[in-house]
Design a protein around this ligand. Sequence first.
Ligand SMILES: Nc1ncnc2c1ncn2[C@@H]1O[C@H](COP(=O)(O)OP(=O)(O)O)[C@@H](O)[C@H]1O
Ligand SMILES: O=c1ccn([C@@H]2O[C@H](COP(=O)(O)OP(=O)(O)O)[C@@H](O)[C@H]2O)c(=O)[nH]1
Ligand SMILES: [Mg+2]
Length: 190
Amino acid sequence: MAYPRIIFVLGGPGSGKGTQCKKLIDTYSDFVHLSAGELLREARNSGSEVGEMIEKCIMEGSIVPAEVTVGLLRDAMVRNGWEKKKFLIDGFPRNDDNYDVWFRMLPEIPVECCLFLDCDDQVLVNRILNRSEGRSDDNIETLTKRLKTYKECTQPIVKRFGDAGKLASIDALGDPEIIFNRVKAALSLE
Ligand SMILES: Nc1ncnc2c1ncn2[C@@H]1O[C@H](COP(=O)(O)OP(=O)(O)O)[C@@H](O)[C@H]1O
Ligand SMILES: O=c1ccn([C@@H]2O[C@H](COP(=O)(O)OP(=O)(O)O)[C@@H](O)[C@H]2O)c(=O)[nH]1
Ligand SMILES: [Mg+2]
């Protein structure tokens, strides 16, 4: 059986994960973009108890239990056609629980690397408060909590990928086109 290739994409809120993933899928037809946050935002509208729990986590800037998120990601991969694709998993794994449950639930899928978009806090804040997608969590109160979660829970995950020799780290300051050139170089594309 031919397995998909996985590239995780991490970085603070506003570091440009979604922007760079979009550029990759627009340029390379075998890439599929799956945003964990987007899948959770869709799932929260289900009207179920799980939906309510997701809404609470999003508004508090905390991280949804991994079984929920990995389940959504796995279903989305299956929907897209499991084999021979390159999945960009955007905004995941965000903590140790995410990381451990992913590898426990999907041990057979090879993970190529984690692309890390490195960005200053002040730039993150400016970008998020100017993002005009109408997201309920793009306000200063929730953003402060998201940044705290990012530092306490997600940065150690970036380190775990680094220790495993699977980190492709790039400077995420600058024009999106210039950053895209760095992304392509970091992923050995073109
Ligand atoms: N390199 C960049 N320079 C300036 N603004 C950017 C850049 N990359 C993304 N943005 C803008 O910043 C905001 C956050 O980008 P986004 O891709 O949604 O980040 P993330 O998914 O990491 O939260 C968006 O409004 C986006 O248009
Ligand atoms: O694996 C994930 C991804 C996202 N989230 C939640 O969804 C929110 C928004 O995530 P997203 O990646 O969309 O935000 P971004 O970093 O792009 O601003 C986060 O703050 C978390 O509350 C989560 O719990 N687990
Ligand atoms: Mg995003």
